[in-house]
Design a protein around this ligand. Structure first.
Ligand SMILES: Cc1cc2nc3c(=O)[nH]c(=O)nc-3n(C[C@H](O)[C@H](O)[C@H](O)COP(=O)(O)O)c2cc1C
Length: 189
C-alpha cells in the first residue's frame, strides 16, 4: 500500500478570520490521496528569550518541535507584514531552531502566501525561504502560490470560492507530494 504522508500546516496569522488560515484549511480539505494535513497551533508560544530557553523550554515550543519532527513535510501559509514575515511565525521557527537536532534539517517544506494586497505576499515568501534554507530545510522551489486580493477569494465563512486559487493550491499540493517523495529518495542512507 502507498505510504500516507503526514504534513504539518503552519499559519503565520493568528486572526480568526485569517485568509492564510482559510487557505490552509482549504488545503487540508483538498489534500491529494496519500497526504493528510494537520494544522499546528503556534500562537501560545511565548516570545523567544534565551533566559526562558535556558530555564526550560515551554511546553508549547516543545509541542511544535515534536509536531515538526513527526511530520513528513511542513506546509507554511503566511501573510506578509511590512514586506516580511509575521513575528509569530519567525518566533515559532526561532524557538525550535535552537533545540538540539533542530527539526527543519532535511525536512521537505512548501510555502505559500495570502494577502489583501495585489502581490499576494510575494516578498514574504523569499524571507521564509531564506530562513528555512539556512536551517537546511528542503524548500519546494515551485510552483509558487501567491493569493493576492485574498478578501475577494473567500466567502464570509472563510470558504475558498475562487476556482483559480483552488487550482493553484491543488498544483502546489501535488508538487509537494512529489517533492517529499523525491527528497526521500535523495536522502543519504
Ligand atoms: C502589520 C501589518 C503589515 C502588513 N504589511 C503588508 C505588506 O507588506 N504586504 C501586504 O500585501 N499586506 C500587508 N498587510 C495586509 C495583510 O495582507 C492583511 O492584513 C491580511 O489579511 C493579513 O493576513 P491574514 O488574513 O492571514 O491575517 C499588513 C498587515 C499588517 C497587520
Amino acid at each position: 500500500m502507498a505510504e500516507e504522508f503526514k504534513v504539518l500546516g503552519v499559519c503565520g496569522s493568528l486572526r480568526k478570520a485569517s485568509f492564510s488560515m482559510a487557505a490552509l484549511r482549504a488545503c487540508k480539505d483538498m489534500a491529494p490521496a496519500g497526504m493528510t494535513i494537520s494544522i499546528a497551533t503556534i500562537g501560545d508560544i511565548p516570545m523567544y528569550n534565551q533566559d526562558v530557553f535556558d530555564a526550560g523550554v515551554p511546553e508549547s515550543a516543545k509541542r511544535f518541535y515534536a509536531e515538526i519532527a513527526a511530520a513528513d513535510g511542513v506546509l507554511i501559509a503566511t501573510p506578509e507584514y511590512n514586506f516580511s514575515m509575521p513575528p509569530v511565525l519567525k518566533n515559532a521557527i526561532d524557538w525550535v531552531s535552537k533545540m538540539p537536532k533542530q527539526p527543519f534539517d532535511n525536512k521537505p517544506i512548501a510555502v505559500f502566501s495570502a494577502s489583501q494586497g495585489p502581490l499576494g505576499g510575494a516578498r514574504v515568501q523569499y524571507d521564509v525561504r531564506k530562513v528555512l534554507v539556512q536551517l537546511w530545510g528542503l524548500v519546494l522551489p515551485r510552483p509558487e502560490v501567491f493569493i493576492g486580493t485574498a478578501q475577494t477569494k473567500f466567502d464570509a465563512q472563510g470558504k475558498l470560492t475562487d476556482e483559480t486559487t483552488r487550482k493553484f493550491l491543488n498544483e502546489l499540493l501535488a508538487g509537494f507530494k512529489t517533492w517529499i517523495e523525491r527528497m526521500r529518495a535523495a536522502k543519504p542512507k
